[in-house]
Ligand binder design. Structure first.
Ligand code: F0G
Length: 483
């Protein structure tokens, strides 16, 4: 890998001007044009500076387009027209139509030229039934939307294709992110495909080797910082104001636009019949915000007749949103010093907390937390379905179990769990779990930990003899009958 080219801080202004010019409609907003809107003061603008914060009040921006809502009295497309167009594109062989993100481009910000699109055929992810979990929970209509089946193994690819394409269109040479691992893997891949250089900031020793190895293999300049994710993100926000680097965290509203397509594709898979509940893990809270935005826009455009309840689940040790709602009524962010073995969501100062609260309120969803034991159990149960996921994704099943107990989810209702990352993203967690090394029993969790025993399948070391293998099979048969 060639050494990184030094970045000239002086070039920032010029490049910022480039990006804003590229995004700004010339003269009047074109009918397909989009604008940036501040989520706090509502200020509308045609351009955004590189930290993607409101120039008036400093809060986060979102992207709006009058064509995404009938309510704005615009010439929004008809629901039936959109459904037909998206269906027809499934027969197309063009790269943008083969992408499960760009296929829905009427609900995405418009590029000046589709040749700027950087795509790895993201999206197009399966919706699985979970028969064993369905039986166990007494929920006949339980599904998993598996975003781990994206090209780099996580949902990040759906947002990255959009934001990286806009970075390329704007003429940036460098893109950068802070990450708990998946964003960096995804960004590095899309940057490589698009001929861009990428800079990764990750907390040292706190992300899985699989994710780190992806960033290295895709050619990113990877910095392991002696801090946590929140520290990495803080530093990145300062960096993008000092150097001509395009930031690809979910603070970047183009990322969230791409991640909306998870919900659009899901509803198309359900023949536009909304489920009663969608349950998603919460970390930096970009994904839940994006899914909620898509649901509201689809509802506005009559693509769906009612809103599913969107619920967000966090790990107990990284429960900033749970505490923000319980202790501060959602009025101010309660930050935490995050700690959880689900390292993808080890985040204590989530950037998109206001956006997430807005979609929780708009859809009537719940916010819950789950323990480390509950996460481990749920992950093994999803694995036993022949699907598997990474620990952060398993909070959805663990959270569902709680929401069912509380009566928030009712037995006859339909539920979709969003599995955000692939099983192979964190093999260390899986190996430790099956070897019984993950959760040392303490006085408080002893009985819960011992219940996990039945789910463990540790590797068995044997002499290489037929006898030894047959004896193992027989023992297994016996314990299966007893179970
Ligand atoms: N699940 C997985 C597998 C993730 O990687 C993340 C976030 C989340 C859930 C939470 O999503 O932040 O939008 O609420 N990972 C980020 C990263 C932060 O850097 O890879 P969120």
């Amino acid at each position: 890998m060639p050494p990184p080219t030094p970045i000239e801080p002086k070039a920032v202004e010029a490049i910022t001007a480039d990006v804003t010019a590229a995004n700004a409609p010339s003269g009047q907003a074109a009918p397909t044009g989009f604008r940036f809107r501040c989520i706090a003061c509502g200020d509308l603008s045609d351009s955004a500076v590189q930290n993607f914060r409101c120039s008036r009040c400093g809060d986060l921006l979102e992207i709006t387009n009058p064509r995404w809502s009938h309510a704005q009295g615009s010439s929004a497309p008809t629901a039936s027209g959109l459904k037909t167009t998206w269906k027809q594109r499934r027969d197309s062989l063009s790269p943008v139509d083969l992408s499960g993100v760009w296929r829905f481009r009427e609900l995405l910000p418009t590029l000046e030229n589709l040749h700027h699109v950087i795509t790895l055929r993201e999206g197009n992810t399966p919706l699985y039934e979970l028969p064993q979990c369905s039986r166990m929970l007494g929920l006949p209509h339980l599904f998993a939307k598996h975003q781990g089946m994206n090209p780099t193994g996580s949902f990040k690819d759906t947002g990255m294709t959009v934001a990286a394409s806009f970075a390329r269109q704007a003429g940036f040479r460098w893109v950068a992110c802070a990450s708990t691992g998946n964003t960096s893997a995804s960004m590095a891949a899309y940057a490589a495909r698009g001929g861009l250089r990428s800079l990764v900031l990750v907390p040292e020793g706190k992300i899985s080797w699989s994710k780190l190895s992806q960033a290295l293999d895709y050619g990113a300049v990877t910095c392991q910082l002696r801090t946590d994710f929140d520290g990495c993100l803080r530093l990145l926000q300062e960096l993008v104001l000092r150097a001509p680097v395009y930031q690809l965290n979910s603070i970047n509203p183009f990322r969230l636009e791409g991640q909306k397509t998870l919900a659009i594709e899901l509803l198309e898979q359900l023949d536009w019949q909304p489920p009663d509940h969608i349950i998603v893990p919460g970390g930096n809270l970009g994904n839940s915000s994006a899914i909620g935005k898509a649901l509201l826009e689809m509802h506005d455009l009559d693509l769906i007749s009612r809103l599913p309840k969107l619920s967000i689940i966090q790990a107990e040790g990284a429960n900033a949103l749970v505490r923000t709602l319980r202790e501060a009524g959602g009025k101010r962010l309660v930050t935490v010093q995050a700690e959880t073995s689900a390292t993808a969501i080890r985040i204590g100062n989530p950037a998109s907390w206001k956006k997430a609260i807005r979609v929780l309120q708009a859809t009537g969803g719940a916010c819950e937390q789950v323990s480390e034991v509950e996460i481990a159990r749920a992950k093994a149960e999803i694995g036993a379905e022949g699907i598997g996921c990474e620990p952060a994704s398993a909070v959805t099943l663990a959270g569902l179990r709680k929401l069912l107990k509380q009566g928030f989810v009712k037995p006859g209702e339909s539920v979709v769990l969003v599995l955000t990352g692939h099983l192979l993203k964190d093999p260390g967690f899986t190996m430790e779990f099956h070897r019984g090394e993950l959760l040392p029993a303490t006085a408080e969790n002893e009985s819960a930990v011992s219940e996990l025993q039945a789910l463990r399948r540790p590797p068995i070391v044997l002499d290489a003899t037929l006898d030894a293998v047959i004896r193992t099979l027989e023992q297994q048969e016996k314990s299966d009958i007893q179970a």
